[in-house]
Ligand binder design. Structure first.
Ligand SMILES: [Zn+2]
Length: 114
């Protein structure tokens, strides 16, 4: 998890996974150990994982807030829209790095040099 939060290479834990801070594209190779990062693609897995986790966490909170404070619908739309967008943008890179590391750990055959 710590390694995923740092968005580092799954093999050496030193090289950066992403091309820049605000870019979701992976580097082609690790700058430290030359691991070919193009061998694997997590596709939509991280986004789906994040959708399920955020939905399971935020919907009950929104329902609880509605029951307790009786906010108007427009306020729910603004507040929860900002919360969901913030969590999605903030967590997508670490979740993608986590899925990437799980694939590196459990599907080692896909990482062999081709
Ligand atoms: Zn590396």
């Amino acid at each position: 998890m710590k390694q995923a939060l740092q968005c580092r290479c799954p093999k050496c834990n030193k090289g950066k996974l992403y091309q820049s801070l605000f870019d979701l594209r992976l580097r082609t190779h690790c700058g430290e150990c030359a691991l070919n990062l193009e061998n694997n693609d997590s596709a939509d897995g991280p986004a789906v994982f994040l959708t399920f986790v955020l939905g399971a966490l935020i919907v009950p909170i929104a329902l609880w807030v509605d029951a307790c404070f009786n906010w108007p619908l427009w306020l729910h739309a603004i507040i929860w829209g900002i919360v969901i967008l913030g969590f999605t943008v903030g967590l997508l890179k670490p979740i993608k790095a986590y899925v990437f590391m799980l694939q590196y750990k459990h599907r080692q055959d896909q990482w062999d040099e081709k």
